[in-house]
Design a protein around this ligand. Structure first.
Ligand SMILES: Nc1ncnc2c1ncn2[C@@H]1O[C@H](COP(=O)(O)OP(=O)(O)OP(=O)(O)O)[C@@H](O)[C@H]1O
Ligand SMILES: [Mg+2]
Length: 244
């Protein structure tokens, strides 16, 4: 099967500093790529290059076979590049249902099937029980569920998750991991998270960025156990990384 995302030689410089350094990787539908690296390694910048909010100095991004390197962010979103951020931003005054419906309609569905699709998505993220709840009144975990539902609602093929587990309890992180696992079959997912065991539980591969360069990519256990990764994290979150 063709990869849903193909990244080749992607590079971003700010002045003399190379923040993303000729990064290559591919992502297949149904796969989750965990992305780790120390603070400032270039993870969020890589996401910005992928979703089109920042233009690269070199390299290409192909989404579902189409070169989108020069495609504007809003059009890239329409073509299927979705992103969920650490701080969920729902339409606070709208119901859970309407928040997702807006996205489904934006992905240009007919009104009739849009309601069915909305319910289907709410079911998938575990928010189907009270669709009438006002988004602004949701718990943090439910706001994260809604954030994911909204990202899926617009018809995303690739989902970029930037530290979405922030602020959650251990148990809630587990629930979030289950949710990402449920979303996975229909999408390609890239998940940046400092909580290594969450990534270990759901990622098919883990990629490590260090000073903008890809220094490791492979099966989670292999990558986490590598001496290179141990060195990079030495004295930082090594205990966290060792958790499986
Ligand atoms: N607009 C900008 N102008 C100049 N430098 C920038 C800009 N955006 C990011 N940087 C620099 O690029 C580097 C990578 O930042 P980035 O936010 O991508 O790292 P990160 O891996 O997401 O870090 P964190 O784990 O802290 O979220 C940092 O050194 C940062 O200061
Ligand atoms: Mg970041």
């Amino acid at each position: 099967m063709n990869p849903v995302l193909e990244v080749a030689g992607l590079e971003k410089r700010y002045g003399a500093i190379t923040v993303v350094d000729r990064v290559d990787f591919t992502l297949a539908r149904g796969q989750c790529l965990g992305l780790i690296g120390p603070n400032g390694a270039g993870k969020s910048t890589l996401f910005n290059l992928l979703d089109g909010s920042v233009a690269p100095n070199a390299g290409t991004v192909r989404l579902d076979g189409q070169d989108v390197t020069r495609v504007a962010q809003y059009r890239r979103a329409r073509l299927g590049l979705g992103r969920a951020s650490q701080i969920p931003r729902p339409f606070h005054a709208l119901s859970v249902f309407d928040n997702v419906l807006v996205g489904v309609m934006h992905g240009s569905r007919q009104a009739g099937t849009a309601r069915d699709r909305t319910l289907e998505i709410l079911e998938m993220v575990g928010l189907a029980e009270r669709p009438g709840r006002i988004a602004g009144s949701l718990t943090l975990l439910d706001r994260k569920r809604l954030e994911l539902a909204k990202a899926v609602s617009v018809g995303s093929k690739v989902l970029l998750l930037d530290e979405i587990a922030g602020g959650l309890t251990e148990r809630e992180v587990e629930l979030l991991v289950e949710l990402v696992r449920r979303l996975k079959p229909a999408l390609g997912i890239i998940w940046v998270e400092h909580i290594a065991h969450a990534l270990m539980a759901v990622a098919d591969h883990i990629m490590v960025l260090h000073f903008g360069a890809r220094v490791a990519l492979g099966p989670p256990r292999e990558v986490m156990a590598s001496s290179l990764v141990q060195q990079i994290y030495l004295g930082k979150s090594i205990d966290d990384l060792a958790t499986t």
